[in-house]
Design a protein around this ligand. Sequence first.
Ligand SMILES: C[S@@+](CC[C@H](N)C(=O)[O-])C[C@H]1O[C@@H](n2cnc3c(N)ncnc32)[C@H](O)[C@@H]1O
Ligand code: SF4
Ligand code: SF4
Length: 377
Amino acid sequence: MSTLLPILPPSDVLDENKDVLTPEAQAAEEEKNRMRRYFQKPEEQLTPVATQEPVCLYLETTNRCNLLCVTCPRTYEQLEPEADMPWEMFTSLIDQYPNIARVVLHGIGEPMLVKDIAERVKYLKDRNIYVLFNTNGTLLNDKNGRALIEAGLDELRVSLDAAESEVYQMVRGKDFFDKIVENVKNFTRLQREMNAPKPRVSLWLTGLRETVDQLPNFVRLSHEVGVTEVYLQRLVFFDEGSNGLARAESALFEHTTAAEEAMIAEAERVAAELGVMFSASGAVDPGESIRMQATDSPWSLCRRPWSLMYITANGRVLPCCIAPFSMKGYGSFTLGDATQHSLRDIWNGSEYQRFRDGLLSSAPPPACANCGLRWSL
Ligand SMILES: C[S@@+](CC[C@H](N)C(=O)[O-])C[C@H]1O[C@@H](n2cnc3c(N)ncnc32)[C@H](O)[C@@H]1O
Ligand code: SF4
Ligand code: SF4
């Protein structure tokens, strides 16, 4: 049963002479795209010792969560002791790379559970850093939303995964669909009232065979709540001992049926009609993202260990935010302890070098062999 709302024009980003982005929205869009290009590193830099510093930090501001998504490893095992990243650790990590270009404030957990998340955004924006995070949207109320706008957040990605309540509950484990839709609608209205083009808000759906038919209505819903960007996120799953729907049978990866492809094409058609940007993370178009590229060593395309660091709420350094979804436990891809060593020492320490070396070889680290092409930007 669909619970679609009346149509609202996404007037927050459209100019009066329609279909043209306002100068502020255009600038925000260009900045977002510039940030993505940071990940395209020249081939000659692909050595075990990184010749450049990271351009992006993923800081897991918390590993706590209030949902039980059946695609998320957090629902099935405790990966680390429950914690919010202490403010002192947060600032000390940033202060080690004060010129970092981009910081992502989520890991495995819900960042809006962190009481001072807006202060953290402000700390980064005062240093001219591009800031974004994914949220499940459950806590995006007027007060929190206003604080994030005022702090200068650049991007807010809302993981909704469904266009209707029952399907939402099946994937996300709890009955919050109507609340989140209302939250997002109120948030984009608040942005219009405050004349605030930032953060750029997008809705995300993790691609599952079970929910691909949601896509056309997902795009419509996005338009109705005033969000002009929709992303189909590639499912990452464990090869062995899968959890919930994080499993090969549920992935829209490589083996889509004609009916599933038709759903994606229909969503693209609806998006074009409504002026919604619909894309798949890390790929040219949503259809392209679910087709395997021809290579025997897909991991060799990954540039993450040369461009970013991921630090958990407890200070553990990981190569990326994808590995926790492709390999159980953190042991085989822990690259350092930021409570004991500086980020610079870890960045070119022996563990990082060994990891990069593996990624460049035909015998990659286990997390990467399992991850393959399932990663995205
Ligand atoms: C782990 S969550 C953390 C942020 C926040 N709690 C949220 O749900 O947006 C980050 C992103 O991973 C997505 N995700 C969850 N399980 C996934 C999977 N197996 N493969 C790919 N993405 C997944 C979520 O929907 C979300 O967009
Ligand atoms: S995907 Fe996000 S909201 Fe869902 S359980 Fe994982 S961390 Fe929580
Ligand atoms: S797990 Fe995937 S995204 Fe992470 S470093 Fe390995 S290949 Fe890259």
